[in-house]
Design a protein around this ligand. Structure first.
Ligand code: NAG
Ligand code: NAG
Ligand code: NAG
Ligand code: NAG
Ligand code: NAG
Length: 147
């Protein structure tokens, strides 16, 4: 009996915490964040060439079942520093207002015309340019690369 009551109380407590938004079962958003990090963040280098694109596109799982035609790697530690998400909101390509801009070191990887999966080949353009990313959640984290 005592055990059942304890369980009931714990359940109630959990429901209250969920209600207050202190516990977030937001797998969707966390998945988006993880995917963003996987596809777009590499703080290990400051810029990459063709070999870098060819290797990283494969390593980060963007070459199967098809070659992703275009992808940008950001060379900033967006995993430990989400401060871009605190900058002013701007409009995303899809019209939503949860985008933010910043100037960052990036490598743009663009698939060559003739290459086909699984042998995806890329041209690289390393630069420091304005990027736009969407943030979501509380605290806000990057979830989507806009441009
Ligand atoms: C950065 O390099 C280290 C050591 O080579 C590696 O363990 C780590 O996975 C790399 N980080 C990223 C984000 O690629
Ligand atoms: C690309 O960069 C790597 C390391 O920075 C270098 O070893 C390699 O020779 C470069 N490859 C090309 C094709 O420029
Ligand atoms: C890439 O995909 C394979 C198979 O789907 C998976 O086993 C692997 O963990 C993935 N790698 C990354 C870095 O997500
Ligand atoms: C976090 O990133 C911003 C730029 O996005 C930079 O100005 C700031 O110095 C960084 N903070 C830390 C602690 O690295
Ligand atoms: C490389 O990126 C820079 C910055 O976005 C851009 O101005 C330039 O046109 C790009 N070069 C090529 C060859 O795409």
């Amino acid at each position: 009996m005592a055990l059942q009551r304890t369980r009931a109380l714990l359940l109630l407590l959990l429901l209250i915490l969920l209600g207050l938004g202190l516990v977030q079962p937001s797998y969707g958003q966390d998945g988006m964040y993880q995917r963003f990090l996987q596809q777009h963040v590499d703080p290990n280098v400051t810029g990459g060439n063709e070999s870098y694109c060819n290797l990283m596109m494969q390593r980060r799982n963007m070459t199967s079942p098809q070659c992703k035609p275009f992808n940008t790697f950001i060379h900033e530690d967006l995993q430990s520093n989400h401060s871009i998400c605190s900058t002013a909101n701007i409009r995303c390509k899809n019209g939503q207002m949860n985008c933010h801009q910043g100037v960052m070191k990036v490598t743009d990887c663009k698939k060559t015309e003739s290459s086909r999966a699984p042998n995806c080949r890329y041209r690289a353009n390393a630069s420091t340019r304005r990027v736009v990313i969407a943030c979501d959640g509380n605290p806000a984290v990057p979830v989507h690369f806009d441009k």
